[in-house]
Design a protein around this ligand. Structure first.
Ligand code: ADP
Length: 616
């Protein structure tokens, strides 16, 4: 027999479970049934490609065996089972996403709040809320030996090999004494089990069987009864499904502990027949930016699960959407590779995208608060679609929310266009690191003065996104800190040409070109980014390895500003006056600071400031 310690985090969670004052202890059954159903799904999918691993006549089922005399409840499934290492890893450590954050939250709040546990999908360990001891007997499909796992949930578990006739997992729960006040009902009572299954697990696609005694013609007969309706929730009319039922199904599907933000149902008829039930989660999954992220969309053919986590049903920018798609028009043994070219899939996908975007537009229009919550979580992912989904570009643009110079409220492009000034032709925006920098930047001069609104784009993805966007509702976009692609070279009067040349020469290490600004009013200077370049804050994010080429900047100066005039006067007196270099660094430093970019030579800039300070 081998003895193991639970991983530290597991111990923490177990401790919480055991001492939970959480009243809904019955959810342990939901969690175990959900695991059993997952194990059956895995075996079913495996059987599509590896028939030999599943015995002839194998029945896919879950069974509850209550025993009042021994005060045990046994839960048996004929799913995929676990081998030795899986037992150690799956039941001894926490792999579950979000658990660490959950524990962190608990710590921050100092008390194991029952509310938090309630929101949290507690998984296998929740069984220790109702059990003194738990035994797991399991044998994995394709393996000859089974294993017996035992723990009292205190810190250790043991494992030993056993003989087990059938594949799958049997969990024997040694129940704590009944304590109704603390949510421990008699979990061996038929009516209690019936109620819990109906409440949380009715939609489970496999039969949840239990032996019951029925009276037939005054004779008592023992027979199997199926406790769940097994009717897949997506095949039921949405008007007949309660919100709670949808939420339970969502939690089962995604292992999320929070209810979804939105539920979307869709029936396809005509050229391709299908049913879909989709969910938008309340929170962004922590691994959404990992390459390995898999969308939780499962594919069924006539109620039979054929593939899990299918990434083809929706484009990448909607990968946070979870759900199921069921279509009789697909072939049962279609491979992942074949799916990619399947016309039916492509047709369904088109409909799903449209429906999800419709649902989002609807939320944006009817429930702005909820939409803002969505935006906060998923906006940055939705933005990926702008450059990728040409067909839906305009609709995606309508879904964007922006910060703007008009106030604290986020605005849509439609709202922006509606309130554009009569003489305003373009949609103005600025990109940068933070709203604060942009709000007071020189780029707004001459624009905000005219009463024009300016959008603030502060996420790194924004610059990439905007490179794919040219207009909205016929209005062109105009980036105030970027040179337009078709911009003409700025006209510099003959008399200023040598002066501008001198200025560029003094800053040649950092500045590629000096221009006269057409917009600056109060500020002496600003830097702008070339049409096909990234701004410095995006460069920083991309890192050093990115081949940027000439990184020098374009400096725009305000020819009416006293600083430039001073430069001009000194230059007229003596072209080689040392003060010209000071003024040049002042103009350049000012522009960089206003942009929010670190100075390449702070000591040089500070030397100028000190000199000026002495003259105050
Ligand atoms: P989660 O189900 O969210 O992953 P759990 O703590 O409930 O977290 O379960 C941990 C893991 O143990 C599961 O992911 C699964 O791999 C394995 N497991 C649990 N119950 C079973 C079962 N009945 N059959 C096979 N594997 C199981």
């Amino acid at each position: 027999m081998e003895r193991y310690q639970f991983q530290a985090e597991s111990r923490e969670l177990l401790n919480l479970m055991v001492h939970a004052i959480y009243s809904q202890k019955e959810v342990f059954l939901r969690e175990l049934i959900s695991n059993a159903s997952d194990a059956l799904d895995k075996l079913r999918i495996l059987s599509l490609t590896h028939k030999e691993l599943v015995p002839e006549g194998h029945v896919f089922e879950i069974r509850l065996i209550p025993d009042k005399d021994t005060r045990t409840l046994t839960l048996e499934d004929t799913g995929i089972g676990m081998n030795h290492d899986e037992l150690v890893n799956n039941l001894g450590t926490i792999a579950r996403s979000g658990t660490k954050e959950f524990l962190q939250q608990m710590k921050e709040k100092h008390a194991p709040s029952s509310e938090l546990i309630g929101q949290f999908g507690v998984g296998f360990y929740s069984v220790f809320m109702v059990a003194d001891k738990v035994e797991v007997f399991t044998r994995k499909a394709g393996e000859s030996s089974g294993y017996h796992w035992v723990s009292d949930g205190k810190g250790e578990f043991t494992i030993e090999p056993i003989e087990k006739d059938t594949i799958g997992t049997r969990i024997v729960i040694h129940l704590k004494p009944v304590d109704e006040e603390n949510g421990i009902e008699d979990f061996t009572a038929e009516h209690v089990l019936r109620r819990i299954v109906k409440r949380y697990s009715d939609f489970i696609a496999y039969p949840i069987k239990m032996k019951v005694v029925r009276e037939e013609n005054k004779e008592k007969k023992e027979g199997d009864e199926i406790l769940n309706s097994m009717k897949p929730i997506w095949t039921r009319k949405s008007s007949e499904v309660t919100e709670e039922e949808y939420h339970e199904f969502y939690k089962h599907l995604t292992h999320d502990w929070e209810a979804p933000l939105a539920t979307i149902t869709l029936q396809g008829e005509g050229t391709v027949e299908f049913q879909a039930l989709l969910f938008i989660p309340s929170r962004v999954p922590f691994d959404i930016f990992y390459q390995s992220f898999e969308p939780k969309v499962n594919l069924y053919v006539k109620r039979v699960l054929i593939q899990e986590n299918v990434d083809l049903m929706l484009p990448r920018y909607l990968r946070f959407v979870a759900g199921v798609v069921d279509s009789p028009d697909l072939s049962l043994n279609i491979s992942r590779e074949m799916l990619q070219q399947d016309k039916t899939i492509l047709q369904i996908r088109k409909r799903l995208v449209k429906k999800v975007l419709d649902a989002l537009a609807d939320m944006q229009e009817k429930d702005r608060e909820k939409y803002k919550k969505f935006w906060q979580e998923f906006g940055v992912i939705l933005k990926e679609g702008i450059g990728a989904d040409y067909e839906n570009k305009e609709r995606l643009l309508s879904l964007l929310l922006f910060e703007s110079s008009a106030g604290d409220d986020l605005v849509t492009l439609e709202e922006y266009v509606k309130r554009m000034k009569e003489d305003q032709k373009d949609i103005y925006y600025l990109t940068g690191e933070s709203r604060k920098t942009l709000e007071h930047s020189p780029y707004l001069e001459g624009i905000v003065d005219k009463g024009y609104e300016v959008l603030f784009l502060t996420q790194p993805i924004d610059e990439f996104m905007m490179s794919a966007v040219h207009e909205f509702q016929g209005k062109k976009f105009h980036c105030l800190n970027k040179e337009a692609a078709e911009e003409k070279p700025s006209e510099i009067p003959e008399e200023d040409k040598p002066i501008v040349e001198k200025l560029q020469g003094l800053l040649s290490e950092y500045v590629r070109e000096v221009k006269f600004s057409k917009t600056l009013v109060h500020s002496p200077s600003c830097v702008i980014t070339k049409a096909f370049e990234f701004s410095p804050h995006v460069r920083k994010i991309l890192g050093d390895k990115y081949p940027f080429g000439d990184e020098r900047r374009t400096l725009e100066v305000n020819p009416t500003h006293p600083l430039y005039k001073r430069f001009k006067t000194i230059y007229a007196e003596n072209e080689n006056d040392e003060r010209l270099s000071d003024l040049a660094h002042l103009l350049f430093g000012y522009a960089l600071i206003a942009e929010g970019t670190p100075l390449p030579d702070p000591a040089r800039f500070n030397a100028v400031i000190l000199k000026m300070g002495e003259k105050i």
